[in-house]
Design a protein around this ligand. Sequence first.
Ligand code: GLU
Length: 484
Amino acid sequence: MTTSGVRVRIAPSPTGEPHVGTAYIALFNYLFAKKHGGTFILRIEDTDATRSTPEFEQKVLDALKWCGLDWAEGPDIGGPYGPYRQSDRKNIYKPYVDKIVENGHGFHCFCTPERLEEMRAAQRAAGKAPKYDGRCLNLTAEEVTTRIASGEPNVVRMKIPTEGSCKFVDGVYGEVEIPWEAVDMQVLLKADGMPTYHMANVVDDHLMKITHVARGEEWLASVPKHILIYQYLGLEPPVFMHLSLMRNADKSKLSKRKNPTSISYYTALGYLPEALMNFLGLFFIQIAEGEELLTMQELAEKFDPENLSKAGAIFDIQKLDWLNGRWIREKLSEEEFAARVLAWAMENDRLKDGLKLSQSRISKLGELPDLASFLLKSDLHLEPAAFAKVKLSPEEILEILQTVQPDLEKIFEWNTASIEAELRAIADRMGKKLKNVVAPLFVAVSGSSRSLPLFDSMAILGRSVVRQRLKLATQVVASMVGSK
Ligand code: GLU
């Protein structure tokens, strides 16, 4: 039940595997809504048409649902302020951009991408931060009309004050002051007629009656642009809260190069959503030692948005493991535990697809675990000896693993056919036979040189698990090269 006017949102861009950082921000918003008797909604921000895909959108919805973060309005269920996908709202934004231009707060810019690149290169060479230099700022109205009428491609940019600074209060950072000097004349409408993130985000937060914007600290520097857009449109901005990003133990930004960051990785390894939410929720509350094991309801009761730290939330996998173990042992009944295990094995048709591949390869059912358990394992415990049957030198294996891992990141839709096509292309590029490229991958992915067909297995395991296995295998093989 919503009893207050508080409305918050998670606004993911479906441009990659759903990130644990998205779950972290979504959980904050979810708890904030619960605490205030407000409404939590989901909006898909897919203004970047080249990088957004329906596959990633579905994955982000599935991942947040798996987390138990139910939304009251969203692209899948609709709601009073829909549509909730920005690409379906394309026509909504133009009048707002027109208003900004008509009131003299925005201007058409005809600079070509090549000209902008040259400008930025010159600024960088002079040791300055790249920023639009204002070439199209003072074109006459006639010139603008003529150039638009002749079909010349153009974007709309916003004007930025030339002096002073933008001051605002952030719910986490307190008073913030950013000089206008540091703010770029942001593009609001792209040449293809699509709004940019900034424009669409402000218009949608307004139209969807969002009262509090809680998001990652990487957006703090964009607030002056957003406040200015609200002002130009004569609208009241929401309250902003910028949460410190999750970091690795060494304080570096959480990135998939260091730790697995995909929610699907944690799902595949058999973490319980309750434990992941418990782990992330501890960043938003103050508790004494010994009180760590908390349900969503308990997290909401203890949730304290006034008392957040700016120190950065450390993504400590050992702590997550510890909490997950406690959830398995202390919170699930025997029946629940059995039901969870079965549901986990069946997820994404993993078991069904694995069995399909296995049927023609066994003579007794009891051979199944040896053949197919790698599809379910959280850790293959890979040792150098596992590569003994691969008839290539450790140097060559290392080169293959180091080439394949980044190249697989380029696959748009992850499935058996796309994986096979990419590996064939890699083999061609490396001037190697496909079977030589595939041999070490078999070991890296399955832990053994005799297992189920590789491309299908990789498809079943999923992108994030394969990425992590290739990374671990690379370390094992690098140690073989190093110790020769
Ligand atoms: N689409 C943005 C993102 O994915 C949302 C930022 C915001 O919440 O304003 O990070």
